[in-house]
Design a protein around this ligand. Structure first.
Ligand SMILES: CC(C)(COP(=O)(O)OP(=O)(O)OC[C@H]1O[C@@H](n2cnc3c(N)ncnc32)[C@H](O)[C@@H]1OP(=O)(O)O)[C@@H](O)C(=O)NCCC(=O)NCCS
Length: 167
């Protein structure tokens, strides 16, 4: 097994990110529907930084840090300006259970600290692997709120808000 390398996402990583996302969408319905513009979906308006874990030229995992939406800030009870959200986190199906997501999350927490912001995230209640990942990594559940979309199994999304463990 090769060494995992984490680095900032470059523009020419986007095709590799989209290829990894395609494996994730097919396996996990994340996101629920394949976006019309997947590279655009990986680059939301609120994006602050984007990171990838690679093995040579292959993108294994991806995450962005983004300005949080008001609902998420409200769920954790802090002003949005003091927070930064982990989003668009996924690991390609061929690279799972090798600590790729943990590496991305650790980096997110470090980058948030460098910016003086509190790391937060939201996860749909049915995304059990992700919920396990965050809880195992010590993230604290802060409350839930309804999303404006429907899950693959036909429920109104229920978003669980988390804050990172204190450093
Ligand atoms: C959730 C996800 C990012 C995890 O990626 P990963 O690189 O495989 O995770 P890691 O190897 O870093 O796992 C760390 C720990 O998380 C937990 N975990 C990860 N995947 C799990 C699974 N399928 N079932 C139960 N626990 C899991 C385990 O505790 C694991 O430690 P272990 O392997 O020593 O048991 C990946 O499964 C994924 O991309 N899922 C679909 C997209 C998604 O849900 N993204 C999150 C949106 S909020």
């Amino acid at each position: 097994m090769n060494e995992l390398t984490i680095r900032r996402r470059a523009d020419d990583d986007l095709p590799g990110c989209v290829a990894a996302l395609a494996t994730v969408q097919a396996a996990d319905r994340y996101p629920v529907d394949w976006p019309e513009d997947p590279a655009g979906w990986l680059t939301p308006r609120e994006l602050v930084e984007a990171w990838v874990v690679v093995d040579g030229a292959e993108v294994l995992g991806h995450l962005v840090l983004a300005r949080p939406e008001e609902e998420l800030a409200a769920a954790v009870g802090e002003p949005a300006e003091r927070l930064i959200a982990v989003a668009r986190l996924f690991v390609g199906t061929g690279a799972r259970r090798r600590g790729v997501a943990v590496k991305l999350l650790d980096q997110a927490v470090e980058r948030a600290a460098a910016r003086g912001l509190g790391p937060v995230l939201e996860v749909e209640a049915g995304a059990t692997a992700a919920v396990r990942l965050y809880e195992r990594a010590g993230w604290q559940y802060a409350g839930s709120f309804e999303g404006e979309w429907t899950t693959a199994d036909g429920r109104t999304a229920l978003l669980r808000a988390y804050v990172a463990p204190a450093r």
